[in-house]
Design a protein around this ligand. Structure first.
Ligand code: ATP
Ligand code: MG
Length: 581
């Protein structure tokens, strides 16, 4: 295809709102253009990448036994009422009303619709297991759309759902989907990690996320270098750490003006690891509506874990200064578990401290040498509610945890019978008994994937597309072609020859200076580049370069076709030119 005939509006300047490389490069390279907050137009180059990803996703899913369907974007509210989610979903759900005053939403996910479809078309155990997927537009009114395609409001997702008679069948499909997602990421050629994850509000059971590793990732992953253990920090289990020190006598100490853990520790000339901090959150199951969470001074509360405490308001909501003063008659900086009139959940590491410093529930006073058994009289539950730290032992008993950052591109869940039960779905088993099917759910962010690839595959000049998803295989840069018929003729011949060999070719035939063409070629990032210029042609050669490498090969125009074919064929995705076996 000719560059001059495609819409490829490259830019020299980065968009003002872009914070990460993928956002900058996808806009500058003319792949996408913003329409509104969190929504983007796909231009020809961007759409070609998206379609390549979709093709790989489809091939791997079909191989794993999933069937493609297509479900509507606008969904009737009744189905969401049936599952109970119409009232649970917050403002992320975009709701609308039609001309007959009937309520609808724009699909953020598809559990309700697929479960309804299933109950209409599947009646017998013989049709199970059943694994359905579609690739479709989703809308989530994200509170903070950002990073371009990474956290958009309108985006493209592959979402899949499976239905099973029993656990064994579910486990088999779950494992197949886990392997399928790994195969997709390996085919694209990315560094990725599958990690244990928090299922959030969608499910209650097991879940795994697939992360493309990148510094700009929004998620933090804890992993053990000594084993396969890897988990999203939201989920990573913290092992209770032993505490040195001994039981001390308790002493009430004046700590004027010391309201944070750091100032208290400094005032008392102690390490923050010797203190505990007390946070107050809303808990609708308690009479006071409040619950105290206690952690070691240097530890951070894990909100996903705290959100799983029975009764706690989800998402977690901290009590305001005013709520605390009304309930406890003390300022935020002086609360502590000794003599506290609220129920307490203490993190397992803080619970193992033989003595600790804590607020005395009197402004400007702290206790030194407090002890759980001797001094804390109210209701105390112990739970893992902190974030793991680098260096903590891994929960599988292997050695110290380290951190990586990742971009979540896929998430697979066990849904159990949450939706099938709520929506009264049954299937008859072999003995004629009605069984409520177990469901699995498998999401993959197809448009987020475009951004994730760029985050991992770029340099200071632009994108470096992996062969598997590149918008074109070969970029022909013709120098001064509008003045030199030789250049134009050879470039056209190469274009036709490469296309005949089954490769996708972008031919830069524009009347632009060489510098502009080279800069655009680097920015757009097509993996194989052929430069055709008068000087080379005099010696009978053109220049060939991989976008990912700096060396240039001088080859005859005939030889370069084979070199490109080999490079594309050698890529991680032979199916670009040959169908997978
Ligand atoms: P996140 O934690 O990033 O918000 P999620 O847990 O809400 O993701 P799922 O509901 O599991 O995501 O959706 C499946 C996949 O859809 C995600 O793994 C991600 O790749 C993609 N996705 C989710 N939200 C967005 C978004 N706002 N923009 C682009 N892709 C998204
Ligand atoms: Mg989300």
């Amino acid at each position: 295809m000719k560059f001059s005939e495609l819409i490829i509006p490259t830019l020299r300047e980065a968009p003002a709102d872009a914070e990460v490389a993928s956002h900058v490069l996808l806009v500058r390279g003319g792949f996408i253009r913003r329409l509104a907050s969190g929504s983007y137009n796909w231009l020809p180059l961007g759409l070609r990448v998206l379609k390549n990803i979709e093709r790989i996703v489809r091939e791997e899913l079909e191989r794993a036994g999933a069937q493609e369907i297509l479900m509507p974007v606008v969904q009737p509210a009744e189905l969401w009422r049936e599952s109970g989610r119409w009232d649970v979903m917050g403002p992320e759900l975009l709701r609308l009303t039609d001309r007959h005053d009937r309520e609808y939403c724009v699909s953020p996910t598809q559990e309700e619709v697929v479960t309804d479809l299933f109950r209409r078309v599947i009646t017998s155990y013989r049709q199970l297991p059943c694994n359905l997927y579609h690739i479709q537009t989703k809308f989530r009114d994200e509170i903070r759309p950002r990073f371009g395609l990474m956290r958009a409001r309108e985006f493209i997702m592959k979402d899949g759902y499976s239905f099973h008679l029993d656990e064994e069948s579910f486990e088999e499909t779950y494992a197949a989907m886990h392997a399928c997602y790994s195969a997709i990421l390996a085919r694209i050629g990315l560094h990725y990690r599958a990690v244990d994850a928090d299922p959030g509000s969608i499910g209650d059971g097991e879940s795994h996320e697939f992360h493309v590793l990148a510094e700009s990732g929004e998620d933090e992953i804890a992993y053990s270098a000594e084993s396969d253990y890897a988990a999203n920090v939201e989920k990573a289990e913290a092992v209770a750490l032993p505490s040195d020190g001994s039981v001390e006598p308790i002493q009430k100490t004046h700590t004027p003006g010391a309201k944070t853990i750091e100032t208290v520790a400094r005032f008392l000339d102690l390490d923050t690891t010797r203190c505990v901090k007390t946070l107050i959150v809303h808990d609708d199951s308690e009479e006071s509506g409040l619950l105290a969470l206690v952690l070691r001074g240097d530890h951070q509360l894990n909100e996903a874990k705290a959100g799983r405490i029975r009764g706690v308001r989800r998402p977690l909501e901290f009590a305001s200064q005013a709520d605390i003063e009304t309930a406890l008659g003390v300022g935020v900086g002086s609360i502590g578990p000794v003599g506290l009139s609220l129920p307490i959940v203490v993190d397992s590491t803080a619970a193992a401290m033989p003595s600790f410093v804590c607020g005395a529930n009197v402004d400007d006073y702290h206790y030194v040498g407090a002890n759980w058994h001797r001094d804390v009289t109210g209701e105390v539950r112990v739970a893992d509610i902190r974030n793991v730290l680098a260096g903590d032992p891994a929960p599988d008993g292997t050695g110290p945890l380290s951190f990586l950052r990742g971009i979540e591109v896929g998430h697979i869940f066990k849904l159990g019978t949450k939706y099938s039960e709520a929506m009264s779905v049954t299937v008859q088993d072999a003995s004629g008994r009605d069984v409520v099917p177990i469901m699995g759910c498998y999401g993959f962010g197809v448009s987020r994937m475009v951004a994730a690839i760029v985050e991992q595959c770029h340099d200071e000049d632009g994108v470096v597309w992996p062969d598997a998803v590149a918008p074109f295989d070969v970029h022909i840069v013709a120098l001064n072609n509008t003045k030199s018929t030789d250049v134009q003729t050879v470039a056209e011949r190469l274009h036709d020859g490469l296309q005949a060999a089954g490769l996708a070719v972008l031919f830069d035939d524009r009347d632009e200076r060489p510098g502009v063409k080279f800069a655009d070629a680097d920015l757009i990032g097509i993996p194989n580049r052929i430069t055709v210029g008068d000087r080379g042609l005099k010696e009978g050669i053109v220049e060939y370069r991989r976008r990912s490498e700096s060396d240039v090969q001088k080859l005859s125009p005939d030889a370069v076709v084979g070199t490109c074919e080999d490079a594309v064929g050698d890529g991680l995705v032979p199916s670009r030119v040959r169908r997978p076996s």
